[in-house]
Design a binder for this molecule. Structure first.
Ligand SMILES: C[S@@+](CC[C@H](N)C(=O)[O-])C[C@H]1O[C@@H](n2cnc3c(N)ncnc32)[C@H](O)[C@@H]1O
Length: 273
């Protein structure tokens, strides 16, 4: 049986624990300094970002975190609604630049004033992403995600790539939470990848905590394996994820079960967003 427990220390300060009782033994699953977050069921949409964003109302989202498919060539199956056939589309470096301007325009429309957008990138596409984002948003930083290890690539002719860029931009005047941090974000890579571009939950937790509060709505329109969504749910944010590939949507479903919901089965805590 899973339940929340409220405790007090000697100074009368309140702490909260999410605990599970198995065969009379109590195991702590999560610990909170303030009351535990309410977990909201995410709104997951299958489709193309450039199309699906259009159904989201103006200024209804508090934070956007996107990880566009830069520099990768892959194919995916997708149902063509007009002809009702399954078509194979190929997404590559150049394809993203055909649709990204529309996506950014829509992101600006749906984002509330005084809010932030984070866009994962890589050194060889950052300038192009930046130019597109700059049409609407006020670009504040290029953050450096510094990883604990790096990919293979050309072992003798290039430097090993340990950094990835994150473009941080705002609409209006955005105040960051929890004091000032540097642009050097040190977070380990995910060990067993469910998606070739999976981002670590700890990094997403950091960004979501810096730029939103509980009950806010976070959007990721290139959701992949759902890292932004998992982080948002566990931090008590509402969330919207758009992803076109069934394989990844199924992975998001599995991750929600394992990484969010399973911890609290038996108590009624999920609310529809
Ligand atoms: C770089 S990955 C995101 C990985 C994600 N950050 C994670 O941690 O798993 C980009 C994802 O966008 C999806 N995608 C590509 N083009 C898209 C589009 N136009 N609309 C929606 N999703 C798209 C791909 O299927 C891929 O899963």
């Amino acid at each position: 049986m899973v339940n929340y427990i409220k405790k007090y220390n000697k100074k009368g300060k309140t702490y909260y624990y999410l605990v599970e009782k198995i065969k009379g033994k109590v195991k702590t699953l999560e610990y909170y300094k303030t009351s535990p977050p309410k977990k909201y069921k995410p709104n997951l949409i299958k489709g193309f970002a450039e199309k699906e964003l259009k159904q989201i109302p103006d200024e209804s989202v508090d934070l956007i975190i996107i990880d566009p498919p830069y520099g990768i060539e892959f194919k995916t199956n997708f149902r063509n609604e007009e002809s009702d056939t399954i078509g194979e589309i190929s997404l590559d470096n150049e394809k993203i630049f055909e649709t990204f301007p529309d996506v950014v325009k829509e992101c600006y429309r749906i984002l509330k004033n005084n809010s932030a957008i984070y866009c994962f990138s890589r050194w060889d596409v950052t300038e192009r992403f930046r130019a597109i984002l700059n049409k609407y948003f006020d670009i504040k930083n290029r953050l450096n995600w510094v990883k604990n290890n790096w990919g293979m690539g050309d072992l003798t002719g290039t430097y090993a790539m340990q950094c990835e860029d994150i473009i941080f931009a705002v609409k209006g005047k955005h105040i960051l939470n929890n004091g000032r941090d540097t642009d050097f974000l040190k977070f380990d890579r995910v060990a067993n990848l469910l998606h070739s571009h999976q981002k670590p939950i700890e990094l997403l937790d950091f960004l979501i905590n810096k730029s939103s509060k509980r009950g806010d709505t976070v959007l990721d329109c290139y959701a992949g394996s759902g890292s932004t969504i998992i982080s948002a749910v566990n931090l008590g944010r509402k969330s919207i994820g758009i992803e076109l590939n069934d394989k990844y949507l199924n992975i998001i479903g599995d991750r929600l079960e394992k990484e969010c919901y399973s911890k609290v089965k038996g108590i009624n805590w999920i609310e529809k967003s």
